[in-house]
Design a protein around this ligand. Sequence first.
Ligand code: MGD
Ligand code: MGD
Ligand code: MO
Length: 804
Amino acid sequence: MSDIMPSLSRRTFMKTTGALGALAAVGGSVAATNTLFGAGVPQAHAAAEETVTWGHCAINCPGRCSLKFHVQDDEVVWVDTYTSKDAGFDDPQPRACLRGRSYRRWLASPDRINYPMKRVGKRGEGKYEQISWDEAIDLAATKLKEVIDKYGNEAVYVPYATGVSATTSRPFNRFLNLVGGYLNFYNSYSTAQISCITPYMYGSKGNGGSSFKTAEDAKLVLIFGSSPTETRQGGLTTHYDWVHLRERTGAKIYMIDYRMNDSISGHSEQWLPINPGTDAALVAGIAHYLIKNDLVDLDFLHTYCQGYDEETMPEAYKGKNLSYYSYIMGEGYDKVEKTPEWAAKITGIPAERIEELAEEIGTTKPLYVNQGWGPQRRSNGEWTAWAIMALPCLVGQIGLPGTNNGTREDRTSPASVSMDAGKNPVKTSIPCFLFTDAIDHGTEMTAKNAGVKNADALKVNIKYMINYAGNCLTNQHSDINKAHDVLADESKCEFILGIDTVMCDSLKYSDVILPDLFRFEQTSQISTGSDTGYMITGTACTSPKFERKTAYEMATLMAEKFGVADEFTEGKTEEERIKEQYEKAREKSPKLPTWDEAVEMGVYIEEHAPVVSMKKFRDDPVANKLDTPSGKIEIFSEKLLEFTEGWELEADDTLPGLDTMPPIPVYLPEWYGVENTTDEYPLALSGFHYRGRIHSSWGFMPELKEVNPQEAWINPVDAEPRGIEQGDTVRVKNEFGEIELLAKVTPRVVPGTVAVSQGAWHDADMAGDRVDKGGSINTLTTQRPSPLSKGNPQHTNICEVVKA
Ligand SMILES: Nc1nc2c(c(=O)[nH]1)N[C@H]1C(S)=C(S)[C@@H](COP(=O)(O)OP(=O)(O)OC[C@H]3O[C@@H](n4cnc5c(=O)[nH]c(N)nc54)[C@H](O)[C@@H]3O)O[C@H]1N2
Ligand SMILES: Nc1nc2c(c(=O)[nH]1)N[C@H]1C(S)=C(S)[C@@H](COP(=O)(O)OP(=O)(O)OC[C@H]3O[C@@H](n4cnc5c(=O)[nH]c(N)nc54)[C@H](O)[C@@H]3O)O[C@H]1N2
Ligand SMILES: [Mo]
């Protein structure tokens, strides 16, 4: 570009063609004047100055990239992003992806929510009528008072929701904390299983992974279930680090995935196809080969780890064949030797290939083992994640340059301080995935059967919810048909307040809806990053349109009704709060620019040194003990055994022959997994996060849907006997429901498994046949949680596929 137009920057181009640019923006009025140039041009538009404000994506994407809003006459006329004009060509650039650049379509969409509304149809029907702000807040506050008086604050809940990320994104929690609090949740839908298991193994100190930059020093890179090209999009996220890694490393790379994901397309030799949910079996088969061929690093295992063999078992468990070695060699637990042949049957990877890989793993150093969160968002996810983390331990590839501890890569961001949401007087907490149970039969939920924390049991069912920026009531939760039945029953949850920008499926269950402004329609700040960190400071691109308000204003109005507005605001506007928080961040990190500079530059970039996880522990395991009970890496966890004692599990949650959850990283066959398909539902069905959306966000936009159709990936081996061809409309069904979408017949998915991206907009006649024409995989997922973390096992399903 600079070679062709050396002196004409985009900005000068806009200035010199100002009148023409304005004409394009007001096509209708131009036509009416019947002349393109001269006196006919509407005066106001011809004179319109373009202003540019910075903003950022606030959706739950690791990118949260920079956006530039070009505004004329208080209307956004186009959106672009940080470019090489804002930096040098070689500098890192947090550019937005196509979704971010399409924001103008969303912010000015005919589907945008403009007014407060109240429900006039049944829950889930989506029928609403406009009401005033006064009436809306009055309804929401009156009902909240009633619920608190009748049931107590534990009946109030703010469900998991990730549509807004910024330093002031929890105003409703702050408000509720001032009026007695609400039922807490723990876990996330993103990482319930891996976040639960990792502290048992590494403690909290060994938790983080090594950065991708570190992997540049590796000779072998193994990535289990991660696709940075799809889930780390944007100019300066891990996708960028991934591309660099590819260019710079001399390492061999393998990606282990049940589908050939976009990160390896064009590099098919790097794809190691595996049956979903069976990674722990692959690791066990590799471990067997390593043991048989003296390739394990016994020095490392004996110095740094507990539970590998008898020698490193805790005293009370010696002599019982409970070590990892016993499990692998067929002496403990199930008494089955985990040979590569055994693993081959389960994983679908030939035994010779497993042996070759094991040989490479045993002889190539440094080894960088990394996992995404796909393998753990499953019914056996805690043990799968643990097994993958055990792999680098077996060969001592932890804490050294070029290695990783088997968790996801490190990400660093500039210092930031979030709004103080206050203290919640209610301490009881539930796993976020179990909120529909807590609505339906909360009082039956206990610590032992449902992971209730800080109380033995729930005292009341959930009766009131504030659903702010989330589609997790139905679309992003599981078993949409069951969720619908629970939510549609007004005697269960008595009131739902919904705050969003479009009518997503979950919002249709709201009794009152409030119209929100995007973060780029108000002052906002966010810190994020990957190997490089960045911070974006944005200001309102236009004045608020229609009757939309900020969430901070909405929470203030609710606080007024309860007489706690002064305590809520402390006399501060949201912008004043953001500035105050920013000054605190600058105290932590004095190199941050001043507020005014931050606003002016919009994007602040901070380079970080590569991180080698657990380096200190590797250097000196005595001085830098881990905070596990043994101070070491625990491949056998006594703490897990104790914690789960007396838990009530459904029978097949346990490994055959064990009456508790295994305290070592074994392979557990999944319920609803490849080993548990049925005659009726003979195929496994697994999800993934799609490049076309962030979850359900952007999922309604026709232009993006056209580029990124909703498809069921099916191998030709499975398609052919079903008479299914590329592009056919198919139905995917199981005991929970039925969806309709297009077939993508492709060898990029393993035989026996169907892949459907998560996040499509649910679209079914809920009073009729309930067939979901939107193709949302959550019509087919179960609400049964994974056993230990009580997390969402949304990638573990079985199905049948037929031509529609
Ligand atoms: N474009 C886009 N980006 C996103 C998101 C989005 O919706 N769209 N969501 C964001 C959010 S909130 C999150 S939490 C992250 C999610 O990030 P991840 O959880 O890492 O993403 P997934 O796509 O669920 O899984 C990653 C890969 O694992 C594979 N996989 C699934 N099951 C298995 C298995 O059993 N074994 C193996 N080996 N592989 C398996 C999938 O095919 C996929 O390629 O992404 C973030 N980024
Ligand atoms: N089957 C299956 N289900 C999954 C997953 C999976 O892998 N498989 N992944 C899970 C994961 S990891 C996650 S994080 C969850 C995510 O689930 P959600 O947190 O529900 O994420 P989104 O679907 O993006 O919904 C965000 C909502 O916020 C709204 N929104 C966007 N901007 C604004 C704003 O400025 N203000 C307001 N008020 N609203 C706004 C959007 O319109 C949208 O309705 O989904 C989970 N669900
Ligand atoms: Mo997530």
